[in-house]
Design a protein around this ligand. Structure first.
Ligand code: G6P
Ligand code: MG
Length: 220
């Protein structure tokens, strides 16, 4: 069986949620309300403008489209400031080993992320060279749970959907992978990841054989 792997970035390969949290909290506070960790959880996999819409909603604030563009840009300058200082030490457990293992076996690897900052994050954490294709927030017109990001990734890898495995930490991403007819590994708390074919806490100990078996079993 040939397989291809498509990785979400934030929360799967690197932990950037903490930086998103700090930047969104600073923005919310500047608008006069607070922003909790529980709310930050709900923004995983959700693109920048949709995240802002939710936050303004939680704060009970209405802004024009123009003001929203400005607020999103402001949050992003703070966020970029933080991720510009990231290093390889912030790669999540097991990621490097799995990427290396897949690479050594000539299994194609794509990125499927909602972030428009994926290029900077991959560079700062030294992961860029692993990827045969990168599909991120700059390359899609619709975001997760729409399957576009993963469908594009598979296309660029020349892989059939049924041969692809998506790694996701967000429910919107799991939904997107299912809609793309791909196998999906849920990374994190199983309770937050309904519909995944396999649940893992992090990428530690995941074997290529396990992934090949998962795809084969799913094909039936
Ligand atoms: C990922 C994160 C989200 C974030 C989105 C857009 O999906 O999980 O929390 O909102 O990317 O990120 P960006 O870097 O483009 O603002
Ligand atoms: Mg994620």
């Amino acid at each position: 069986t040939t397989i291809a792997c498509i990785f979400d970035l934030d929360g799967v390969l690197v932990d950037t949620a903490v930086y998103h949290y700090q930047a969104w909290k600073k923005l919310a506070n500047s608008l006069g309300f607070d922003f909790s960790h529980a709310q930050n959880e709900q923004l995983k996999g959700v693109n920048r403008m949709r995240s802002l819409d939710k936050i303004l909603d939680w704060g009970g604030i209405v802004k024009s489209q123009e003001e929203k563009e400005e607020l999103a840009a402001l949050k992003n300058t703070w966020y970029v400031d933080m991720i510009s200082r990231m290093s390889a030490s912030e790669v999540l457990p097991g990621s490097l080993e799995l990427l290396q293992d897949l690479h050594d076996r000539d299994i194609k690897i794509a990125l499927g992320s909602a972030s428009k900052n994926s290029g900077l994050i991959l560079e700062r954490t030294n992961l860029t060279h692993f990827f045969d294709a990168i599909v991120d927030g700059n390359a899609v017109t619709t975001s997760k749970p729409d399957p576009e990001v993963f469908v594009k990734g598979a296309e660029l890898l020349n892989a059939a959907a049924e041969d692809c495995i998506v790694f996701e930490d967000a429910s919107a991403g799991i939904e997107a992978a299912i809609a793309a007819h791909m196998a999906v590994v849920g990374v994190g708390e199983a309770a937050n990841l309904p519909g995944a074919d396999l649940f893992i806490k992090d990428l530690t100990g995941v074997t290529v054989q396990q992934l090949i078996d998962l795809v084969a079993k799913k094909k039936g």
